[in-house]
Write a protein that binds this ligand. Structure first.
Ligand code: GLV
Ligand code: MN
Ligand code: MN
Length: 412
């Protein structure tokens, strides 16, 4: 499918940023929030928006908004689309940027059709959707909506010890003004995010684009196991209190407990022995646990059982273990009326649930919200193997344009 004159192709837009934030050691992209790579992407987006004559502003939580407002109407109750530009460590090229590039291309489509809507269309770019730097996913939308207290956000620290407050300040934000922003939120009359699909749903259904139904409930916990740091050569096996051994047992317990609960997913994707040396018995292990299930009570039961098993594993090694909640989001169901409207506009699109988290799920508690997914032929995400074929990307942008055109006639 060739894009009409004046319409940027999604592949071309993503091609502009294909060299930004590549991670030579992990493969794929590492674009943590407020890093040089992520800031370069925000600058690219700003440039793209300004070339289109959009008004670009960054709000006090670091969310970048670009407005197309041909009628000069008030921004309250606008139609808003967008996504994020930060990534997980070693992530793919599409998780986030596909939605941003598709938003720009969809706007081009609307203009190429001669559309001049009476109400504004906004494109929003949310910071720290992945939570890969400061630990809490969807940090920008949580701050915007008040789901996360500013004091808590400002004190979060990244792996290098930098606080969110300091990183935000370095990125030009004023930490004193971070937090719930009813005025910014009131501008969203309806929010529609396009995202690469992160599983195999659309492969199995043989369709390029889906309408989302729900986002699986999910949470993150920090598991800390404390033992005794010591010398790898001078310490007999019987004399050790090695938290790495306890962590290994705890990780096996995570898998076993999740398997006992239908539909549960539990992952330990980050383990840090402290201080971390080949010839050093660690004094402490920090590990992060990601648990997901549609039912919050089941999630709580899974985490309680994992905690019990981790504490037992720690005690066996003469160590102690603590498990602390860092974030928790219940299953989000997207607005049913909006979903039906999207299905009418996109009659061939199936309806799919997702196990991945999104800013759209945070916003869904406050405004009518929906999502579109674009087929990922590998079915793999949070990995360099994540992929979207060019024709599917263009079909996604066209679907987004059709959906936005409908919403611009009446947002809610
Ligand atoms: C983000 O993609 C998440 O699901 O954690
Ligand atoms: Mn994402
Ligand atoms: Mn992601």
């Amino acid at each position: 499918m060739t894009a009409p004159t004046g319409v940027a192709s999604v592949a071309g837009l993503l091609g502009d940023i294909a060299g930004t934030g590549r991670d030579a050691s992990r493969g794929g992209y590492s674009r943590p929030v407020f890093s040089t790579a992520e800031r370069d992407l925000v600058a690219w987006f700003t440039d793209q928006a300004q070339r289109r004559g959009l008004d670009v502003e960054t709000d006090r939580n670091g969310i970048v908004w670009a407005w197309w407002n041909p009628a000069g109407a008030p921004l309250t109750g606008s139609v808003v689309t967008g996504s994020h530009l930060d990534s997980v460590p070693g992530g793919g090229a599409f998780d986030g940027p596909l939605g941003v590039a598709s938003s720009l291309a969809a706007l081009d489509h609307l203009r190429a059709r001669g559309s001049a809507p009476a109400r504004p269309l906004g494109i929003a770019v949310f910071p720290e959707e992945e939570g890969s730097r400061f630990g809490v996913a969807c940090l920008g939308s949580r701050l915007l909506t008040g789901a996360l207290a500013p004091e808590r956000a400002l004190n979060l620290t990244g792996p290098d010890g930098t606080s969110f407050a300091d990183a935000a300040r370095a990125a030009g934000l004023d930490p004193r003004h971070v937090g719930r922003d009813d005025e910014a939120l009131s501008r969203i009359g309806v929010f529609l995010e396009l995202h690469v699909e992160q599983g195999r749903g659309l492969i199995d259904l043989g369709a390029p684009v889906a309408v989302a139904s729900s986002v699986l409930g999910h949470g993150r916990w920090r598991l800390t196991i404390t033992g005794e740091g010591n010398h790898a050569g001078a310490t007999l096996m019987a004399d050790r209190r090695d938290p790495v051994v306890a962590a290994a047992a705890a990780v096996l317990a995570v898998r076993d407990v999740a398997r006992q609960h239908d539909g549960a997913r539990a992952t330990v994707g980050r383990i840090v022995p402290v201080p971390g040396g080949t010839n050093v018995i660690a004094g402490r292990v920090d590990a992060w646990l990601d648990v997901r299930h549609p039912d919050d009570d089941v999630t709580a039961a899974v985490v309680a059982e994992i905690t019990r098993r981790a504490q037992h594993a720690a005690a066996v090694e003469g160590c102690t273990a603590t498990v602390t909640e860092e974030s928790l989001s219940p299953t989000a169901h997207f607005d049913a009326g909006l979903r039906e409207r999207l299905r009418e506009v996109l009659p061939g699109a199936p309806v799919l649930a997702t196990g991945a988290g999104h800013d759209a799920a945070v916003l869904a508690d406050h405004v009518p919200t929906g999502m579109l997914f674009v087929r990922n032929p590998t079915g793999v995400s949070h990995s360099p193997a994540e992929h979207v074929e060019d024709p599917d990307a263009e079909a996604g942008a066209l679907a987004l344009a059709d959906a936005l055109a409908e919403l611009l006639t009446a947002p809610a």
